[in-house]
Design a protein around this ligand. Structure first.
Ligand code: 0A1
Ligand code: ZN
Length: 911
């Protein structure tokens, strides 16, 4: 395990590698405890590197049995060969071959990085730096090699042997119980995309013909008995392959595309070339075991990994600082795919909810970092919502700024120009600068400046002059290492909503005070590039309701001076569905923050019948778009309210305020909710399509509000739904509602659910998660009890996340005023750190908002973090998170970040 002595890695220190490895020949003999790996590396000096430099190969906990240089054994002392490094101080000046034998123990690998066992299969995970746990290598993404992999194993233990690329040969080993397969991947790739799988697996197969006529064999491999659950994943795969051809002109480039689902996996899935390995949660689905949301996630993750084939694999990253180059772009691509398959506005609402729930808190807390970071201690800690989700938002803004047509041309140029390269964010942006004929230097600040900008908008209507003036202003609060922020380029999509809908946008020329370009008025996207801007709209016949940031055109916190009447107008008739939804959320958030203030001052929230009426209005139109209505009647979460309040947060007061608003809305709308609930019942066979899923989502959301308004009535209906459910969406939706009502009914339903699904780990994960999320003080004891349950284990990341991760997401209980939630999570982090540092560090990330809490909670959180920080021998992963959470930045690190932050802004021409 890499421990807490890790040295910072800096973007400014990037140097081209001194050596290149053109071909890698691997011969891997799989054995449970001692797998032999022979790697034959064709190495040559890199003309761009330093001549005569030592060759330093990375390792991580390796044992080398033998090293040959051009066939001659090397006698390497401890200085040249250690578990984490193999150094040749004077390698040949011309091409040479290095043969390295290592011995690894997949059964002892609990970190799930490198070669490990999941169930009865062998599998690998090499991103970011797992390949160095298999053999010594230049483990960096800018070293691209052609791989040939021979895999050998006991035939009975691993009848299936899979590798990257195409299968070239396979057979039995005469006189032995073993067999082998040889895979060749003709596309040069970095070692983080290497993969192999060996196991006794079931599979289903299909075929896809690309537009240019390549026949691709598709396979999905799963544990035996689960083959019936992969049809949806296969269907999603074929749909996204076609979509990438149509939307981006990208075809698949091998004859085989295999997916393997394993049950022990640190993350969601991995895009290894031609051999994606998945957390089985994102592959397996049957109507009785998976909810509609699970189906949507499967579709999204299958697409995400597939899309990486071009954005990540064919064009990879020069270094790990460029991670957003593949991740932000690929998230953007999978979001677009799902939007096209489903409802675009509903998908946008869901994505923005995720961004706000996961990325905004990161961006405003001690773990804030740039979309392109400049320094890291442990790269595994940078697979974050900022890299992924904010990274995708940056691409979305780029598209909004240059327009869809130029965006597509820029993507085409990028694929053309950078294919086969290990590229940088600058290489990517240069393609768009070129096709759009525009300097994007200023736009680059989105990559180099952390923090969520605040966008404040005020409006003024002059009835005599018939002008409507909007004043936009931006500012960004300091983040660790970046005390001073500069204005960003913010695309603000605007509309003016009048009595009969959208009004035309008319302004004067841009050089006149408050003017805008014809392009801005036509597209509705106005650019804010300085600290503030005034836009004057002319010939505005009536006072409009401003619809600002339509479709959430930029990842900012919007502070709008609109009054309740404006918001009600938008909720009722904005042509932009996202902003209709947003108007309701804003109204609710305003009510809730006022109530929190009242509760903390010892008073009670004031009921507001107007708000419930507005929700009733949305509900009335449910039949036309049930998925949208479901989103619209789902009130802001506790985390949303906490974020809005921002400091001195008291989660108990927030919980009370929210419960009270839900109670009053549920009570006031009960008859309408009941009739919508009834109207949406349906005996048709389950189909995961967006329309049917939308109806089920609304039915569950209605039930949830009914129960909030009247627990007895709601729980009875929920119990009936639970007992008669035809699918997991209905069953789990009912159980989720029941779980909020303390009493026997809840416990009976939980028991019944467990008994029905005891043999199905993914469903039992739901059972653990639901209980850990109950917002009651008793949940702490319940979770402690569940940690003793025979089905609970620290060894399986999904199980750990389902119980402990969910408890850490249970805001009122994790942030319990007495600090016991913090203590529990800190203890688990320390318990699991030596087993699986990545998962431990991620769990510790739950503390990211601790400084926004009220003083008592802050003190408890700080104590718990200090307890972790004081532990000897922490992993590099946990050390990094705990130190940053406590702001234990070394002086050196802080000034370093600041200096490079300053120097970045000297304008550089786009290439
Ligand atoms: N590249 C993957 C994410 C991933 C990263 C690290 C991993 O190591 C455990 C696994 C997966 C993706 O974006 O899907
Ligand atoms: Zn990805």
């Amino acid at each position: 395990m890499r421990t807490d002595t890790a040295q910072p890695v800096r973007l400014s220190d990037y140097r081209a590698p001194d050596y290149l490895i053109e071909a890698v020949d691997l011969d891997i003999k799989l054995h449970l405890n001692a797998t032999h790996v022979r790697a034959r590396l064709s190495v040559r000096p890199n003309p761009l590197g330093r001549p005569g430099a030592p060759l330093v190969l990375d390792g991580d906990g390796l044992k080398a049995a033998m090293v040959l240089l051009d066939g001659v054994a090397l006698d390497l002392g401890a200085n040249a060969l250690s578990p984490d490094r193999l150094t040749l101080s004077e390698p040949p000046r011309t091409a040479f071959e290095l043969t390295i034998d290592t011995l690894v123990d997949p059964s002892a690998n609990t970190q799930l990085m490198g070669l490990y066992r999941s169930g009865s299969a062998y599998c690998t995970q090499c991103e970011a730096e797992g390949f160095r746990r298999i053999t010594y290598f230049l483990d960096r993404p800018d070293v691209l090699s052609v791989y040939t992999t021979r895999i050998e194993a006991e035939k009975a233990q691993a009848p299936v042997l899979l590798g990257n690329g195409n299968l070239v040969e396979s057979g039995d080993i005469t006189g032995s119980t073993r067999h082998y397969a040889i895979w060749h991947d003709p596309h040069p790739k970095p070692c983080y995309l290497f993969a192999l799988v060996g196991g006794d697996l079931g599979s289903i197969h299909d075929r896809f013909t690309t537009t240019s006529g390549r026949n691709v064999e598709l396979g999905i491999y799963v544990e035996h008995g689960k083959e019936t659950r992969v049809a949806y994943a296969m269907d999603a795969l074929k749909r996204c392959m076609r979509w990438d051809e149509e939307a981006f002109g990208r075809e698949y480039d091998l004859d085989v595309f295999n997916i393997v689902a394993v049950s022990d996996f640190n993350m969601g899935a991995m895009e290894n070339k031609g051999l994606n390995i998945f957390n089985d949660k994102y592959v397996l689905a049957l109507p009785q075991t998976a909810t509609d949301l699970d189906y949507a996630h499967i579709e999204g993750v299958i697409a995400h990994e597939y899309f990486h084939n071009w954005t990540g694999n064919r064009i990879t990253c020069r270094d790990w600082f460029q991670l957003c180059l593949k991740e932000g772009l690929t998230v953007f691509r999978d979001q677009e795919f799902s939007s096209d398959q489903r409802s675009r506005p509903v998908k946008r609402i869901a994505d923005v909810r995720t961004l706000r729930a996961a990325q905004f808190p990161e961006d405003s807390g001690p773990l804030a970092h740039n979309v392109r970071p400049e320094t890291y201690l442990e790269i595994n800690n940078f697979y974050t919502p900022t890299i992924y989700e904010k990274g995708a938002e940056v691409i979305r803004m780029l598209k909004a700024l240059i327009g869809a047509e130029a965006f597509r041309k820029g993507m085409d140029l990028y694929f053309d120009r950078c294919d086969g390269m290990a590229a940088t964010v600058e290489d990517f942006i240069a393609c768009f600068a070129k096709v759009a004929g525009r300097d994007l230097t200023h736009f680059m600040r989105w990559y180099t400046q952390a923090g969520t900008p605040a966008l404040s908008v005020s409006s003024d209507y002059d009835a005599d002059a018939k002008t409507f003036t909007l004043t936009l202003a931006q500012s960004t609060a300091p983040t660790p290492g970046q005390p001073a922020k500069l204005p960003l380029v913010i695309p603000v999509a605007l509309g003016l909503v009048g009595a009969d809908g959208d009004l035309p946008l008319t302004t004067k020329a841009p050089d006149e005070d408050g003017g805008a370009s014809a392009h801005e008025c036509a597209s509705g996207v106005f650019e804010l590039t300085t600290a503030s801007r005034r836009i004057v709209f002319h010939t505005v016949a009536e006072r409009p309701a401003p619809s600002v940031l339509r479709g959430f055109s930029a990842p900012v916190k919007l502070d709008l001076d609109s009054n309740a009447d404006d918001l009600l107008t938008l909720a009722e008739r904005d042509s932009d569905l996202f902003n209709r939804w947003q108007a309701i959320q804003t109204l609710a958030t305003r009510l809730l923050t006022t109530s929190v203030g009242a509760i903390r001052a010892g008073g009670l929230p004031k009921p507001d019948t107007r708000f419930a009426e507005a929700l009733g209005g949305v509900l009335g139109a449910f039949a036309s778009d049930p998925a949208f209505t479901a989103q619209a009647i789902s009130l802001p979460t506790e985390a949303d309210i906490a974020r809005e309040i921002g400091r001195d947060v008291d989660l108990d007061a927030i919980h009370m305020a929210r419960r009270e608003l839900r109670r009053s809305v549920g009570a006031q709308l009960q008859p309408r909710l009941l009739s919508a609930y009834e109207a949406l019942s349906n005996d048709a066979p389950y189909s995961p399509d967006a329309r049917s899923a939308g109806a089920r989502a609304l039915r569950n959301a209605a039930l949830d509000l009914i129960c909030a308004g009247d627990a007895r009535t709601g729980a009875d209906i929920a119990m009936r739904q639970f007992q008669s459910a035809h699918n997991m969406t209905e069953q789990f939706g009912a159980l989720a509602v029941l779980s909020m009502v303390a009493g026997d009914q809840r416990e009976q339903a939980l028991d019944a659910f467990y008994r029905t699904h005891a043999s199905d780990p993914l469903v039992i994960d739901k059972w653990f998660a639901l209980q850990a999320l109950i917002p009651e003080t008793e949940t702490y004891e319940r979770v402690r009890g569940l940690m003793e349950h025979h089905a609970f284990t620290y060894a399986n990341p999904n199980r750990l996340r389902s119980l402990i991760g969910s408890f850490a997401a249970n805001l009122t209980q994790f942030h319990a005023a007495d600090g016991r939630g913090y203590d529990l999570i800190a203890s688990v982090v320390m318990e699991i750190d030596s087993r699986n540092p990545q998962v431990a560090a991620r769990l510790l990330g739950a503390f990211r908002t601790w400084r926004s809490m009220e003083a008592g909670r802050q003190a408890h959180a700080q104590l718990a973090l200090k307890r972790v920080a004081a532990t000897q021998g922490l992993s590099a992963d946990v050390r990094d998170i705990v130190d940053r959470s406590l702001n234990l930045l070394t002086k050196e690190r802080a000034t370093d970040t600041l200096d490079s932050f300053r120097s970045r802004f000297s304008p550089r021409p786009a290439r």
